[in-house]
Design a protein around this ligand. Structure first.
Ligand code: HEM
Length: 182
């Protein structure tokens, strides 16, 4: 289990290039994002917000898909991947009321989330943090890293996903684009 702690404020390793509220309530605008090891003292350190999540076991992925992902997905922290996106997402009560097999069918058979996502390999590296069970304002913190020449590819992927049936269940989504400062 890996913790993801993201602090929005006026300092951090990432400069905020844009912050777009796709759906629901916005987050306060910030100029920088700090990827932190701890949530301690984030308010007294002057940050405007703190989002956290943890990696977890897969919910929807089949064994074949999982094997494909493990074999083909690029690692995080590649030196050339100086662009990133943090996209916190909350899904609706209607989504969480569905049975597991119904959610899987919407996720992949109808929305082709994995099939679409894997077309962005090896350009886009990803990590999914779960936040719902931590009582956080978002259910998921999704994190992506890519090189500047793959900005358009990532844009197309995000656009394709937002047009899916799965996204009809997204009730809050903030798209935060970042430049690595070191
Ligand atoms: C880079 C290509 C991508 C790949 C290969 C990919 C793959 C996956 C996989 C395999 C899962 C399911 C994990 C599980 O079984 O529990 C997942 C979940 C998720 N992905 Fe992606 N994804 C990609 C891009 C994106 C993008 C661009 C977004 C947001 C705009 C996104 C948002 C999510 C969310 C919110 C979940 C959690 C869904 C849920 O549990 O209800 N993904 N993704």
């Amino acid at each position: 289990m890996i913790k993801g702690i993201f602090l929005g404020g006026h300092q951090g390793q990432w400069r905020v290039e844009s912050m777009q509220t796709q759906r629901g309530e916005p987050l306060p605008a910030v100029s920088h994002l700090h990827s932190a090891d701890t949530t301690e003292n984030w308010q007294s350190a002057g940050f405007a917000w703190c989002l956290q999540g943890v990696t977890s076991s897969v919910r929807y992925t089949t064994q074949t898909e999982q094997a494909f992902l493990q074999q083909h997905q690029p690692p995080l922290h590649r030196p050339e991947a100086t662009r990133a996106a943090l996209i916190p997402i909350r899904k609706s009560a209607a989504w969480w009321d569905l049975a597991q097999d119904e959610r899987r069918a919407i996720f992949e058979e109808q929305s082709h989330h994995i099939a679409l996502g894997t077309t962005a390999f090896p350009a886009v590296a990803r990590r999914l943090f779960h936040a719902r069970d931590l009582g956080e304002p978002f259910d998921f913190l999704t994190w992506f890293e890519y090189a500047p020449e793959h900005v358009t590819l990532f844009e197309e992927l995000v656009g394709a996903l937002r047009a899916t049936r799965e996204w009809q269940y997204v009730e809050r989504e903030i798209d935060i684009r970042l430049h690595f400062l070191g």
